[in-house]
Ligand binder design. Sequence first.
Ligand code: M6R
Length: 609
Amino acid sequence: MCGIVGYVGEQPALDVVMQGLRRLEYRGYDSAGVAVLGSDDELRIARKAGKLANLDAELAGTELPGTLGVGHTRWATHGAPTDRNAHPHRDCSGAVAVVHNGTLENFAELREGLTERGHSLSSDTDTEAVAHLIEERYDGDLAAAVREVAKELEGSFVLVVAHREQPDLVIGARRNLPLVVGLGDGENFLASDVTAFIAYTREARAVDQDQVVELRRDGVRVTDLDGNDVEGETYHVDWDTAAAEKAGYEYFMLKEIDEQPEAVAETIGGRLGRDGRLRLDELAISDEDIRGFQQVVIVACGSSYHSGLVGKYAIERWTRLPTQVEIASEFRYRDPVVGRDTLVIAISQSGETADTLEALRHARQQGAWVMAVTNTVGSSIARESDAVFYTRSGPEIAVASTKAVMTQLAAVYLVGLHLAQIRGTRDGDEVRSHYADLAAIPRLIEDTLTRMDPLRKIARDISDAERVLFLGRHVGYPMALEGALKLKELAYVSAEGFPAGEIKHGPIALIEQGTPVVVLATRHALSPKLVTNVQEIKARGARTIVIATDGDDSVTPYADHVIRVPDTKSLLSPLLTLVPMQVFSAEFAMARGLDVDQPRNLAKSVTVE
Ligand code: M6R
């Protein structure tokens, strides 16, 4: 959580940093702040609680001249989201400005020591301690001071630091959280992710664990914490500014929903080799090792967990490997049974989710193989895995995940087919046939998107409901969970997803006259049983909104509203039913006047445990 920007170059730093923060606001919007170093060697700071718009207003008519700056957008951990706790934070002399993403576990003792040594701290944050520690260590070499301080810090951090005596130097340091360098011409950038500087450069360099970056106009040096130079990987970002902008949509979320056909086409496209075999070349696990797997464990959080649940159905069906799906935050605390014969698949859009990262670290310690399914090139989860499947959905800015989840679904199907092909549990014809079904999905999503107006109207009509239930069976169940999560996070109403067969064991008591129930009832071997479940809730007064396959009328007699999706193989149906889950929740929340890009209390990238 928290977005960080650092810049040194020839352009007005305030403009560059503010533009970067706009792109990073999805990482947190409790407060925002900037520091710019002027040619008079003064570090001028502006910071404001609330969204970036508040800082914009604060800055209106103010000048912060200078070509070196740092900025921050905050998701509060230590200290309330107030002006006083907004970053950047400074030392006693005002010479140092620090922005920080992360949490320092030893901050209480650091603060205590600083106070005893006569420093005066003016915020409730852990970050401010860092500024004062740098003040103590600084003797003209800012990089050396930050390296020394970094050694004293426990916990996770990305720090970006400026000093008023250093007009050509911004320092970055990282442990556990993301930091990338943008490599420009006569200018260089530091940021939490590449979207912050994509308007200026598409050349990037990843920063590794416990490394410190010295960013100057004409060069970048990266060292370890002892000051030894380290080599790094540079890469070209293959999408551009347009992909990170709203393009006329009111919200990023709406744009990202509409981008799904293209995103899935990117995930799936070009995966069949000339020999007719599925090729996932990036999955650098040997065929021999894949044949040795005895089980699969999928770890993920939130919507990515729901993709994992769908993955379980596909992987078990096609490979016959026992597959478990685990909430990542629970995984390592229950001493899970994983080892060399286990494939752990870590699914994460951001590639930085702390719970998922820790789960994969635990799995690797136990000797398991780890495969990442992520959207973020160079992310921590990608770098710490044995193999990576990139979902290629492009930048996702809205906090509620849409196209990233959709491409995760496509990815888990491909991974399942890949495992089945190598283990020989599905023959070549069957693999090709499933791949052909997947390749048809982008067109079917496009078709589904054109059918959503009636659902939008229903969502608006019932947007005063305080409880909505979602039911599904088989792969419809994870999508019911996803529909409920989306509605909770966007509309702040109580929403729950259940396996339809389970409601008679308790949840049916929630149904009153008019309770809206969204039923994922696409055609499936279990359809007759689902029809019975719908009858049960209808008889108790539920207002049923049924998602049904074209031409299937088995459930429609019990539906108050029917939304049709195109036909596909039942196992692949989540790739279509996900669309109405997204559209319904977005419309419901917008009808309540809510900002669907930045729901309250949330952040896009959850880098705390
Ligand atoms: O970046 P990740 O995929 O690891 O994120 C996992 C969850 O935090 C994320 O899916 C979250 O549930 C979203 N807000 C869902 O819309």
